[in-house]
Design a protein around this ligand. Sequence first.
Ligand SMILES: *[C@@H]1O[C@H](CO)[C@@H](O)[C@H](O)[C@H]1NC(C)=O
Ligand SMILES: *[C@@H]1O[C@H](CO)[C@@H](O)[C@H](O)[C@H]1NC(C)=O
Ligand SMILES: *[C@@H]1O[C@H](CO)[C@@H](O)[C@H](O)[C@H]1NC(C)=O
Ligand SMILES: *[C@@H]1O[C@H](CO)[C@@H](O)[C@H](O)[C@H]1NC(C)=O
Ligand SMILES: *[C@@H]1O[C@H](CO)[C@@H](O)[C@H](O)[C@H]1NC(C)=O
Ligand SMILES: *[C@@H]1O[C@H](CO)[C@@H](O)[C@H](O)[C@H]1NC(C)=O
Ligand SMILES: *[C@@H]1O[C@H](CO)[C@@H](O)[C@H](O)[C@H]1NC(C)=O
Ligand SMILES: *[C@@H]1O[C@H](CO)[C@@H](O)[C@H](O)[C@H]1NC(C)=O
Ligand SMILES: *[C@@H]1O[C@H](CO)[C@@H](O)[C@H](O)[C@H]1NC(C)=O
Length: 896
Amino acid sequence: MWYQLGAALLLAAAPVRAATDALNPLDEANSTAPWPSSVYSNATDSDNSIVTAGSKSNQTSPPWYPSPWGEGMGDWKAAYTRARSIVSQMTLLEKVNLTTGVGWELERCVGQNGAVPRLGIPSMCTQDSPVGVRDTDYNSVFPMGVNVAATWDRGMARARGAGMGYEHKHKGSNVQLGPVVGPLGRAPEGGRNWEGFAPDPVLSGVLFAETISGIQSQNVIACGKHFIGYEQEHFRSAGNGFLYQVNESYSANLDDVTMHELYLWPWMDGIRAGMGSVMCSYNQINNSYACQNSYILNKLLKAELGFQGFVMSDWSAQMSGVASALAGLDMTMPGDIAFDSGTSYWGSNLTVAVLNGTVPQWRVDDMAVRIMAAWYYVGAGDNYVPINFDSWTLDTYGYQHFYANEGYGVINEHVDVRNNHGALIREIGAASAVLLKNEGALPLTGKEKFTGVFGSDAGASTYGPNGCSDRGCDMGTLGCAWGSGTANFPYLITPGFAIENEIYNHGNGMFQGVYDDYAYSEAESVAGQASVAIVFANSDSGEGYISVDGNIGDRNNLTLWHDGDALIKAVSSQCNNTIVVIHSVGAVLMDSFVDNPNVTAIIWAGVPGEESGNSIVDVLYGKVNPGGKLPFTVGYSRQNYGVDILYKPNSGESAPQLDFTEGQFIDYRGFDKHDVAPLYEFGYGMSYTTFKYSDITITKHNAGKYTATTGKTSKAPVLGQVTNDTSDYTFPDNMSRVPYYIYPYLNSTSLKTSADDPHYDEEGFIPQGAHDGSAQPLLPSSGAPGGNPELWDVLYTVTAKITNTGKIAGDEVAQLYVGLGGPNDVVKQLRGFDRLSIAPGQTVTFTVDLTRRDLSNWNTVTQNWFISDYEKTVYVGASSKNLPLKETIKDASQFN
Ligand SMILES: *[C@@H]1O[C@H](CO)[C@@H](O)[C@H](O)[C@H]1NC(C)=O
Ligand SMILES: *[C@@H]1O[C@H](CO)[C@@H](O)[C@H](O)[C@H]1NC(C)=O
Ligand SMILES: *[C@@H]1O[C@H](CO)[C@@H](O)[C@H](O)[C@H]1NC(C)=O
Ligand SMILES: *[C@@H]1O[C@H](CO)[C@@H](O)[C@H](O)[C@H]1NC(C)=O
Ligand SMILES: *[C@@H]1O[C@H](CO)[C@@H](O)[C@H](O)[C@H]1NC(C)=O
Ligand SMILES: *[C@@H]1O[C@H](CO)[C@@H](O)[C@H](O)[C@H]1NC(C)=O
Ligand SMILES: *[C@@H]1O[C@H](CO)[C@@H](O)[C@H](O)[C@H]1NC(C)=O
Ligand SMILES: *[C@@H]1O[C@H](CO)[C@@H](O)[C@H](O)[C@H]1NC(C)=O
Ligand SMILES: *[C@@H]1O[C@H](CO)[C@@H](O)[C@H](O)[C@H]1NC(C)=O
């Protein structure tokens, strides 16, 4: 069994750049160009879409130093006091130990740093994934992020976060590698979009923050990922991928406005919610690798957004030692340069770099403080549960140091951590189902004379629910997409099983299931007899280290898999009451069946996790009135989206250039901008009841004017002493070393010998300012975790009335959009939403507080938010296209 897990995981080994070009030069440090500005040029490209001046091939990312030291801002004060106190007692070796993973498959979790046994600090277990605990058993598979987005429900997002956090904690995992807002969902084909929420910064930001709060309420550090611009799988890593050789990861090229108003936005919410850790991504941003890009880590994340936790590399996304340390990386995972190379950019090398003066002591102190602060902030140490599982085998007995074959004993205790999470998973699954079409077919009663169920997506995989490693195949119903963002199923309730059970429980109906997608004549025969035919079809995607049916992570197309359209056609040709249920990672094309009069209902059910069948039964049979809404736009064609994956390298073997020329006009923002009619718009979804919107009001508050933050930071704290005697740092005598393991010690009293680096550079190139530990000027947009706290001042409160005009209780997701009014602004963007449960005949009030941030644009010159003089339009309604209420705000710029 282990080899199956092991084999797929090994594929995840990102081919790394040759060590020779990894350390020097500090690639971005030479650039003196400013961050790409965002003056929108009026040029149009051949697709007639607006080209932003700041998204050009080969553009560079400017240096930004020094790396900001954490100061214990906001509610981090107590955690920082504790962290500084313990780090003050640490030796350099102990601090370095905290920063460096011990190597791939050398401990039991997917990543573990070094411990500090002398001070009772254990090695932290960092473990996938954003849907549960990966690589173990007796755990739950929660609904994917895209389903959480479809619920538009803050409470459910938080409850799911708490459920996942609970499972991590009780397996002994201290850092959950999730949730995800990168990818945000630039292109609908993006392989990992489903791990995140929605291609909208507000919906994503709110749910990201709730999920983080839920996870961290269980004493587990949430690691938000992936920072940033990681919008596709193709070419995310250098090497001989599945088809093309590239020598560098792609560069996401984007401008300052797009960065702030779209991609960075949800990170503000996550940081404000206290996110303890951030994972930097594989890709480059403006041609500088994310884990050593000083502009995005030092400036945006730490200085501007005041991130107080630690930055962890994605697995093998670290590309240099000194450069990444100076650029703001705090922890490297899994720690070794290539998996099990026994070498590290940090470990001994970081000890050397401090001793030879290339990395200032305060920077390593800051790394250690940030790591320990996050640990204390969530209460991980005070509620510590020892690791009781192993990621590399499900066998009870095995090696603790798996790759080294050392430490034989019980490594899997098979602790059941599921609690009662199945009920929550079922509830979220039902709440996330989006009813797209209903010609009176739904809800069903269970007393239908003859129910036919069709498609492999209704049934089980012949290999079992975990038969394909990391869910890397599309067999049976789609309960979990593929890649590292997955977990093993404890069971998977299929739709066919649940529907059959439902009919059985009601007594007399006939039930026939045809689960072969290509058995057209058998399907037609059953459909011809059926009073209701329910066809299940899906579309899958995942992480690019697994290719499924030629889809290298990213989807090749937006059509249903296994010829789903043909099966729907076959069934609906024989049955005038055909219901289509789609399990998919995102938008699919529906034009072949949407207008077919025999297709009487369509439900998009996303990728709902282990309770899939029960969740869909709840909706089909009306036990739950559907209230989910689309967290993305369904277009008529893939061209409608105006953005696509780069499938072929465009820069020879050097870094493919992914130019975000669409700026922030992705998904509905792009459809609106180019006046393209969607089939089903962002925010759309029906109910078994009906709702009416009325009475919009806007109340202005006395918020006052915006204050740019001024002043200076403290100077970099230096904690404890580093001696100059290299013999203090060599391996302890008689220490028994685990083979391949990464340690902080020196091999020799010679630094150069210890580094064992042919490119050891006694001259050294240090970016200007990188060693400066003096007090630094504060950025105007900074001031607290998340950014300038005045951005959350409430300027206006909008209310509207919503009445349930039908006969049954239902949930309505009310939405508020704002048009900021400028010629380059998004036509209207989501700024508020609430999922409201409304009894028949009842009227409730929908209330949205509009903050300063909600009404602001990013000014690339002042490097701050501001409110433009343009009139703001506020829209309230049921979707991005159904906005019956409208009001304007003329005086918002008075708050500047
Ligand atoms: C950066 O500058 C260093 C030192 O001047 C030089 O050796 C190196 O080639 C430059 N790198 C780039 C990418 O221009
Ligand atoms: C682009 O168009 C705007 C509004 O029409 C105009 O004010 C601006 O000068 C134009 N910019 C360029 C670079 O032509
Ligand atoms: C570093 O971490 C390893 C693994 O957890 C541990 O064995 C070693 O004692 C630690 N070294 C120091 C100096 O704390
Ligand atoms: C130090 O880093 C260099 C790459 O920069 C690598 O070649 C070398 O093996 C590392 N040394 C150790 C001891 O891991
Ligand atoms: C200092 O040590 C680091 C880590 O081994 C090495 O990469 C760097 O070249 C060294 N620099 C100097 C100036 O000795
Ligand atoms: C789209 O991709 C799926 C999965 O690889 C495949 O089954 C289907 O045939 C493709 N559709 C088209 C139109 O090529
Ligand atoms: C609809 O179903 C009926 C059978 O009930 C069939 O005769 C008819 O051809 C179907 N129409 C379409 C468009 O498939
Ligand atoms: C659907 O087909 C059934 C039986 O085949 C028939 O009784 C019914 O009238 C048809 N309904 C419509 C709307 O055509
Ligand atoms: C970007 O750089 C690559 C490699 O140097 C080169 O092949 C390509 O033409 C450049 N692209 C542009 C648009 O300058």
